[in-house]
Write a protein that binds this ligand. Structure first.
Ligand code: SAM
Length: 204
C-alpha cells in the first residue's frame, strides 16, 4: 500500500509513511472485506459510513505536519483507522463520532492494539471538545459546507486544521493555519467525503 499507492502520489513525510506501514488497517475493516483492507479505495464500514482511501488518510495526516508533541482532535472516528495513524504520530488524540456503535467498535480496536493515547468521544463533533481544547491540530474526516466556528475557536494559534470543504457530493481538501485569529488557507486535492452532520455542518 505504501510503496504502490502513497509514495508514487507524492507522500514523502517519512514519519507518515512509517506510521502507515505499521498500523494494521485490516483490523479496522469489517471481516467480510478484510481481503481488500489495503486496496486503493474507501470502503463501507456499516451504518452507511466509510473508512477513507489510504491515500486520503496519508495526505490529510501529512498536511497536519505532526512532530510528536501535539494534541490532535479528529471529527469523524468512523472505523478508527485515521485516529490510530494519528496516535502513532502525535502525543494525544481525541476523536469524536456521532454514531455510538462506530465509536464503541473503534475504541475496542484501540484497546486491542494497545493505543492508550486515543480518547474516543460520542457526540456532535461540529461543536468540538471545549473541555479538552486548545488543540495543535484538528482534522475533519467528513464533508462540511464551511469550517465549523467552534473548531476554529478551539485551534491553537499556529495550529493546523485539515478539512474537506464544499458541496454535499464534492469537496476540496483545505489546510488552514491559524495566525492571529485568522485562517490562512491552502487548497489541495479534490475529494468526496460522507457529510458532516451536526449543528455547524449539514442538517442530515
Ligand atoms: N476517519 C474515519 C476512518 O478512519 O475510518 C473515516 C470517517 S467517515 C469518512 C466520516 C465519519 O464522520 C462517519 O463515521 C460519520 O458518522 C462521522 N460524522 C459525521 N458527522 C459527524 C459529527 N457531527 N460529529 C462526529 N462524527 C460525525
Amino acid at each position: 500500500m505504501v510503496d504502490t499507492q502513497l509514495v508514487p502520489r507524492g507522500i514523502s513525510d517519512v514519519r507518515v509513511l512509517e506510521a502507515m506501514r505499521s498500523v494494521p488497517r485490516h483490523l479496522f475493516v469489517p471481516d467480510a472485506i478484510i481481503d481488500s483492507a489495503y486496496a486503493d479505495m474507501a470502503m463501507p464500514i456499516g451504518e452507511n459510513q466509510t473508512i477513507s482511501q489510504p491515500y486520503m488518510v496519508a495526505i490529510m495526516t501529512e498536511l497536519l505536519g505532526l512532530k510528536g508533541y501535539e494534541k490532535v482532535l479528529e471529527i469523524g472516528t468512523g472505523s478508527g483507522y485515521q485516529a490510530a495513524v494519528l496516535a502513532a504520530l502525535a502525543k494525544e488524540v481525541h476523536t469524536i463520532e456521532r454514531i455510538p456503535a462506530l465509536s464503541v467498535r473503534a475504541a475496542s480496536k484501540f484497546r486491542a492494539i494497545g493505543l492508550d493515547n486515543i480518547f474516543a468521544h460520542v457526540g456532535d463533533g461540529t461543536l468540538g471538545l471545549p473541555e479538552n481544547a486548545p488543540f495543535d491540530g484538528i482534522i475533519i474526516t467528513a464533508a462540511t459546507p464551511d469550517i465549523p466556528a467552534p473548531l476554529i475557536e478551539q485551534l491553537k494559534d499556529g495550529g493546523i486544521m485539515v478539512v474537506p470543504v464544499g458541496e454535499r457530493y464534492s469537496q476540496v481538501l483545505i489546510k488552514a493555519t491559524k495566525r492571529n485569529n485568522t485562517l490562512l488557507k491552502e487548497y489541495h486535492t479534490p475529494c468526496v467525503f460522507v457529510p458532516l452532520i451536526g449543528e455547524f455542518g449539514w442538517n442530515g
